[in-house]
Design a protein around this ligand. Structure first.
Ligand SMILES: [Zn+2]
Length: 158
């Protein structure tokens, strides 16, 4: 099996590169479950999960139906604004869609009272000091708009 390298494949082909821009404004409805979740963040600085009594799992963010067993009945459950880092990554390359200046630490955080990890950011600590198992607490934005960034980030607890 021969290996073709890109340089050979495009040898003699003039690279035609055009600058362009895509701007697609749109609106979407978050749905009743996510809307209630975002309203609780905005109005009460409260993080809601959805609990399935059939398999005893609490999901954050909440799910309308149980993704584990398929049950259609979910109950609202308050979960803590603090939890444990399950996994994380440090992003150092700045891209337009990123909400903060790099380095940005994205983490899966298992909030106390939940069985699942919630994706968010960690700040208030040097990225090299973030560890799996670290305890973190939600830092709510002073002005909240019903958005996942009503939690600005999670910071080390204590
Ligand atoms: Zn279930």
């Amino acid at each position: 099996m021969s290996e073709i390298v890109m340089d050979e494949l495009f040898k003699g082909v003039e690279p035609m590169v055009y600058a362009s821009r895509i701007n697609v404004p749109y609106h979407w409805w978050a749905g009743d479950t996510a809307s209630k979740f975002f309203i609780a963040l905005r109005d009460e600085k409260k993080i809601l999960g959805a609990r399935c009594d059939y398999c005893s799992m609490t999901f954050v963010p909440p799910r309308k139906t149980c993704p584990r067993c398929g049950a259609a009945e979910m109950k609202w459950a308050d979960v803590a604004a603090c939890g444990t880092v399950l996994a994380y990554t440090v992003v150092r390359r700045q891209m337009a869609a990123m909400p903060k200046k790099t380095p940005v630490v994205y983490a899966l955080i298992k909030l106390d009272g939940a069985e699942t990890g919630m994706l968010h950011m960690i700040d208030g600590v040097h990225p090299e000091h973030v560890k799996i198992g670290m305890r973190v607490r939600a830092q709510f934005a002073p002005e909240r708009k019903g958005h996942i960034f009503d939690i600005e980030y999670f910071r080390p607890e204590g």
